[in-house]
Each structure stands twice: as structure tokens, then as C-alpha cells.
Design a protein around this ligand. Structure first.
Ligand SMILES: [Cu+2]
Length: 150
């Protein structure tokens, strides 16, 4: 009896360990917008099979990549840097202009981003293996607002 429950417990542990090791995040709808100066903006949607977090994003295109949230307070756009982006299993996390809440800032671009260029972003996660994604540089939606005058 005791043996049986120990085995069941051990099996459950293995399953948990296996699922954490198999954590996979897919990045879709990823693109960067053409930049005017040395600051760019990029968007993507992350979907993870397990609860996970994006811990950092890096790129050779710029000095720093930061995830920002923005909100409008009394007509003033405020941005806040996120230390990590939580991903809930099976729930897409949209960092998209259309959502109007989050964006990725590419700070200190080595060269302005032009339509037709591509940038590579490397995502590091709490559980899933790191992943490098190539983003095309393309125009924003027509109603793009100019809130990125840092
Ligand atoms: Cu920002």
C-alpha cells in the first residue's frame, strides 16, 4: 500500500518534470516598425504551452530591448518598463499595437530600421529554451499614432 502510493507520487513528479522541460513558447505576428531615430518599436504575440515568463529579450540591432506597458492618464501617455512578462498556459499574450497596452522598445538602434529590413530578437524564458525570432520591418497600421517620441 505504502509502496504503491510512493510509486504514484514518483510518477506524478516525473510527469511534472517532463512537462516543465517540454514547455514551448510560440511567437507569432512578430514585426518591427520603421524607425525615425535610434528608437524602434516591435510587436509580437507569445503563446506558451505551460505557465512561463519572458525574462528578457536581447538583440544585436540595439543597445537594449524593453517591454513596456503604456496607459493614457489625463491625455498624457505614460510608459512603464516590465521586468518580466507572465505567460499563462494556453492563453496568448498579445504585445500588439491594436491592443494598445504593451509594446517592445528597441533602444539605441545601431542603424534606423527601414521597411524591408529584418531584426532578430532573442527571447529568454523562465522555463522554455531560449528562442531567436526574425522580425520583418514593415509599416504600422494606418492609424499609427506618434507616441514614441521619447
Ligand atoms: Cu515604450
Amino acid at each position: 500500500m505504502l509502496n504503491k502510493s510512493i510509486r504514484a507520487f514518483a510518477a506524478a513528479c516525473c510527469l511534472l518534470a517532463a512537462s516543465a522541460a517540454n514547455a514551448a513558447v510560440s511567437i507569432s505576428d512578430a514585426y518591427a516598425e520603421p524607425s525615425r531615430g535610434d528608437v524602434g518599436v516591435a510587436f509580437f504575440t507569445a503563446l506558451s504551452t505551460e505557465n512561463d515568463s519572458i525574462l528578457s529579450i536581447t538583440s544585436e540591432c540595439c543597445k537594449a530591448v524593453e517591454l513596456h506597458t503604456s496607459d493614457m492618464t489625463n491625455g498624457i501617455m505614460r510608459m512603464r518598463k516590465l521586468d518580466a512578462l507572465e505567460l499563462k498556459a494556453g492563453t496568448p499574450a498579445p504585445v500588439q499595437r491594436a491592443q494598445g497596452v504593451m509594446h517592445t522598445m528597441l533602444i539605441g538602434l545601431t542603424a534606423p530600421l527601414k521597411k524591408g529590413d529584418a531584426v532578430k530578437l532573442t527571447f529568454r524564458f523562465k522555463h522554455a529554451p531560449q528562442q531567436t525570432v526574425t522580425l520583418p520591418v514593415r509599416d504600422a497600421a494606418k492609424d499609427a499614432h506618434a507616441h514614441h517620441a521619447h
